[in-house]
Design a binder for this molecule. Structure first.
Ligand SMILES: [Zn+2]
Length: 74
């Protein structure tokens, strides 16, 4: 998963983030990438925080998708 935007000519930093699904609390190994310049910056940290708060594992994401579909149908 990529945090921020990485331009083609920018160096990438790979890092691991401990992520928990915000719904079922399952721990998910997060192999993340960001640009060297962005890594550790204030907006980077904010984005990580937001990402963690909103993260859903695959299962929960599917459930949400199905729910939204049903909503439209009704
Ligand atoms: Zn989940």
């Amino acid at each position: 998963m990529i945090i921020g935007k990485i331009k083609n000519n920018e160096k990438r930093i790979k890092f691991n983030l401990e992520i928990k699904c915000s719904n079922c609390k399952t721990e998910v190994p997060g192999g993340m990438q960001t640009s060297e310049q962005y890594y550790g910056s204030e907006s980077f940290l904010k984005e990580i925080e937001k990402f963690k708060k909103n993260y859903l594992c695959g299962k929960c994401r599917d459930k949400k998708r199905i729910k939204q579909k049903n909503k439209k149908r009704n």
